[in-house]
Write a protein that binds this ligand. Sequence first.
Ligand SMILES: *[C@@H]1O[C@H](CO)[C@@H](O)[C@H](O)[C@H]1NC(C)=O
Ligand SMILES: *[C@@H]1O[C@H](CO)[C@@H](O)[C@H](O)[C@H]1NC(C)=O
Ligand SMILES: *[C@@H]1O[C@H](CO)[C@@H](O)[C@H](O)[C@H]1NC(C)=O
Ligand SMILES: *[C@@H]1O[C@H](CO)[C@@H](O)[C@H](O)[C@H]1NC(C)=O
Ligand SMILES: *[C@@H]1O[C@H](CO)[C@@H](O)[C@H](O)[C@H]1NC(C)=O
Ligand SMILES: *[C@@H]1O[C@H](CO)[C@@H](O)[C@H](O)[C@H]1NC(C)=O
Ligand SMILES: *[C@@H]1O[C@H](CO)[C@@H](O)[C@H](O)[C@H]1NC(C)=O
Ligand SMILES: *[C@@H]1O[C@H](CO)[C@@H](O)[C@H](O)[C@H]1NC(C)=O
Length: 467
Amino acid sequence: MALDCWAMVTFLFVFQVTAADLPVPTPAQVRYQSTDFVALIHFNMGTFAHNGDPCCDKSNWDVVAPYATGKTSDPATFDPEKLNTTQWMESVAALGANIAVLTAKHGCGFALWPTNSTFPDGSPYGYNVGMPGAAVQKDVLRSFVDSAKNAGIGYGFYYSIMKNFYLCHNFFGNNSCKQEVLPRQRNVTNDDYLHVARQQVTELWTQYGNLTRIWVDSGLGGLGNLMGELQPQAAGTPQNPINWCGTESGHPSRDVGPEDVWNMGPGYFGDPNASTWTPKFCDPQLFREHIWFWEPNLEVRNLSEMIPIYHDIVGRGMVMELAFSIDRDGLVEESHALVYRQLGNWVRNCYGSPLAVTSGTGIVFTLTLQAGQIFDRIQIQENIVLGQRVRNYTLEQSLENGWKPLVTASAIGRKRIHVLESVIEVLGETHLRLRIEHATQSPQISQFAVFSPCKKAAELQDLKVFI
Ligand SMILES: *[C@@H]1O[C@H](CO)[C@@H](O)[C@H](O)[C@H]1NC(C)=O
Ligand SMILES: *[C@@H]1O[C@H](CO)[C@@H](O)[C@H](O)[C@H]1NC(C)=O
Ligand SMILES: *[C@@H]1O[C@H](CO)[C@@H](O)[C@H](O)[C@H]1NC(C)=O
Ligand SMILES: *[C@@H]1O[C@H](CO)[C@@H](O)[C@H](O)[C@H]1NC(C)=O
Ligand SMILES: *[C@@H]1O[C@H](CO)[C@@H](O)[C@H](O)[C@H]1NC(C)=O
Ligand SMILES: *[C@@H]1O[C@H](CO)[C@@H](O)[C@H](O)[C@H]1NC(C)=O
Ligand SMILES: *[C@@H]1O[C@H](CO)[C@@H](O)[C@H](O)[C@H]1NC(C)=O
Ligand SMILES: *[C@@H]1O[C@H](CO)[C@@H](O)[C@H](O)[C@H]1NC(C)=O
């Protein structure tokens, strides 16, 4: 009988570091890692022209490009007639995202709030909602924050400090108007540029309450300390770092590498020996194309395409910052809303009711399955508040003559999902066990659970509403 072996097994088990060496997350990092999904909402001047970084360029700045609804230099071009941030939150919540981030300012330089920032000569910023001539007179960020709060969703802003087409600064913070300054561009010096950027981020980091996540692209411009000072509880700051997974494709194990990903340490995979806690995130698009800002006639990925992306990112311990591309009406398009809903429903349906589940402290955890049950996936989570303690482990199934290994792996962290190559049918009562072989401290497992195969994507495709 298989379980007889169980008592006889002795484990070689060594705790390798002292408690002081083991990094643990800050409260901001714990909050960030409390959700599978972040909604990374792209909505700005580019929505009315084309995707890009910057979306504004010579082909659309001072001319009405065939693909655009107006000149991108003109604040009247940003004109979402049905703008409704509450409608966005329906999709954010349906997806199961508990944090939403909005592009307050992207590469064009257009500000989605009525900024009071001025240049040293006293002239106003002059490229934002709320200014004379702008189609939108309200504060889009305020609406977004109010809708997020009402939905119980944490919020934050994307602000690219170093790049701004309007102010002649490219992605790397260099002057981009060496040859030519287009009408309505301002060819400002670096000092004047940072003078404005400092005022703008101060507004973002003081006027909208506590941000859960701050997204700064392309360099901090010396403003990192200010961020930490004004928003100490936000993730994505120098004090509460998080690391990018290395690709926007949605397939990090294919495009970056299949290695285990650690919640600690720098780089794409982290490092089990690091002394810093660094959650990892991956930011795929919903569009099939590598497109962030809404463009007409593009197709979104379907649920069958999103499921492997979920497993490759969330199933390997990372947070998925999934793109939301708000359309020119100012809404989440229905075809997009459908996929967010389907993916959220699929996760809840698939991982919501385990066949067997356990948790606790220890090095061996056992689950019991009954004859007739079928399973093909296992989810494991550590209580990361206490650090990532497991260094490697084996998942095994009891058979007549002992334990048969199903999976051997290293990193668990916030979440690890193993989808087995084939479905296993339980013929008589059987046991599954998680045997932790190496850990730095006593392992704290918040979930060890086994699941039956999930409904095929196709079966869910037409199911618009169910939980
Ligand atoms: C905004 O969207 C919400 C949710 O879909 C809806 O209930 C509300 O009526 C909309 N508001 C307007 C002004 O259309
Ligand atoms: C801009 O100044 C006005 C008037 O003082 C103030 O009410 C508003 O909150 C300021 N806006 C920002 C974004 O700080
Ligand atoms: C652009 O800026 C980077 C970083 O500040 C600098 O290293 C580089 O030399 C600059 N490139 C040009 C062409 O000015
Ligand atoms: C724009 O400003 C930069 C840096 O101050 C300067 O080198 C460049 O000549 C200016 N461009 C034009 C067209 O005057
Ligand atoms: C905002 O965060 C600070 C810590 O940075 C905390 O003391 C404060 O209570 C938070 N405020 C709200 C409204 O959550
Ligand atoms: C971590 O440290 C252990 C013990 O010193 C060592 O065996 C292991 O190779 C290290 N791992 C990495 C990824 O550096
Ligand atoms: C298990 O983890 C330990 C400690 O990090 C490491 O030295 C060892 O090589 C790992 N073993 C396997 C099979 O990965
Ligand atoms: C999802 O898209 C893929 C790729 O285009 C396609 O092969 C598949 O049939 C689609 N699945 C469903 C259920 O529509």
